[in-house]
Write a protein that binds this ligand. Sequence first.
Ligand SMILES: [Mg+2]
Length: 177
Amino acid sequence: MKRIAIDMDEVMADTFQYCLDLYNAEFNLSLTPDCFHGHPLFEIIEPAHRPHVRSYFDRHEFFAGIHVMEGALEVVRELHRHYELFVVSAAMEVPSSFVAKFDWLRQHFPFIPASNIVFCGTKGIVSADYLIDDNVRQLNAFAGEGILFTAPHNMNETRFRRVNNWMEVRALFLPEE
Ligand SMILES: [Mg+2]
């Protein structure tokens, strides 16, 4: 059985949209994902607002409010029957998020056992056939085949096979269905 490692933020969890909704509401703005084409969130928002927005990620309730990415639940459930799945999150970037991320995964993807959840720094240490991730730095470090999941910040990337949504993940990994 082949093994697929799946990133959490911007792949399973719509973290970017939730962060943007919160930021727009707090600062009375109307930024859309198109405003971030090719750029990370923190490059585009006002420098004076950055520390405040970074503080979102220190709050358990922030993670608790993040929505599941459209189609992720259904397709991950299907993949689970045909592949060995691991959720692999570079959680070391925000160490205070460990419990909140774990709780989110247990709530929304209860069929993924805790033994298949990995919090790490670099994904270069991950042993899997595929990694589905929005982060090119992590895909570059990974030894297997990297699959780039589209997010506003990675729109200009051309080095990896790209999937734009979970329907395309299904088409790639479950072509017979
Ligand atoms: Mg990510």
